[in-house]
Write a protein that binds this ligand. Structure first.
Ligand code: SAM
Length: 200
């Protein structure tokens, strides 16, 4: 993992897991929803850079955010298009990461979605995970992989999930069939893939 030592400083303790999943999956098209300041986009962009340098594998992260304060997030994210672009430039990843405005719910409703890996991180709760699954199940059946923030019991019990009476992500676990990659962590990370096609 060539660029593991320069991953952004971040509250998520599992960025190395995300990096290694990109190396394993070798996606050409990564779609991310929930850019904020481009932390996770940069992690995936660095993994794509490594794949290009070692295997001439060409991939791009297309990262989207509504870039509106508290946009359906309700918990006080502070997204900024300009900061995201600056951070991507600071890492020299402009050829690997394209950032734009976009709404996850509009994406879920879109009929012909094209991605090898979807990473979504929009202040997730059970309802959002379920909506994602309904919108992306055909892609998953065809071999696309979804990774998302959340999925542990402790993550479901954070203050804002309880205060806002959000559906727990664990409540939709059976419906969407996700696997937790990082057990017992508040900021956890989970994966959905077709188990008839791949194994972990
Ligand atoms: C937890 S932050 C993302 C963290 C980011 N991935 C990182 O690396 O730090 C959640 C982001 O989701 C965005 N968001 C919330 N609802 C959204 C929606 N419907 N579509 C796109 N982005 C959304 C918020 O604006 C916020 O920037």
């Amino acid at each position: 993992m060539k660029y593991i030592h320069i991953l952004p400083q971040h509250k998520y303790p599992w960025l190395e897991v995300l990096y290694s999943m990109v190396l394993d999956i070798k996606p050409k098209v990564i779609v991310e929803y929930g850019t904020e300041h481009a932390g996770t986009a940069i992690v995936m962009g660095l993994a794509l850079k490594e794949l290009y340098e070692k295997k001439q594998h060409k991939g791009t992260v297309h990262t989207y955010d509504t870039f509106q304060q508290q946009s359906k997030g309700e918990i006080g994210s502070s997204p900024s298009y300009n900061i995201a672009v600056q951070n991507i430039q600071r890492y020299g990843l402009q050829d690997y990461i394209k950032v734009d405005r976009g709404d996850f719910f509009e994406f879920c409703d879109r009929p012909n979605k094209d991605f090898d890996l979807l990473y979504f991180d929009i202040d997730n709760d059970g309802d959002k995970v379920l909506e994602m699954y309904k919108g992306c199940v055909e892609n998953i059946k065809q071999g696309s992989v979804v990774i998302f923030e959340g999925g542990s019991q402790v993550r479901d019990d954070v203050e804002w999930m309880n205060r806002l009476n959000k559906t727990k992500i664990n409540d939709v676990k059976d419906a969407v069939g996700y696997d937790l990659l990082t057990p017992n962590q508040k900021y956890s990370c989970s994966i959905i893939f077709d188990k008839e096609k791949y194994s972990l």
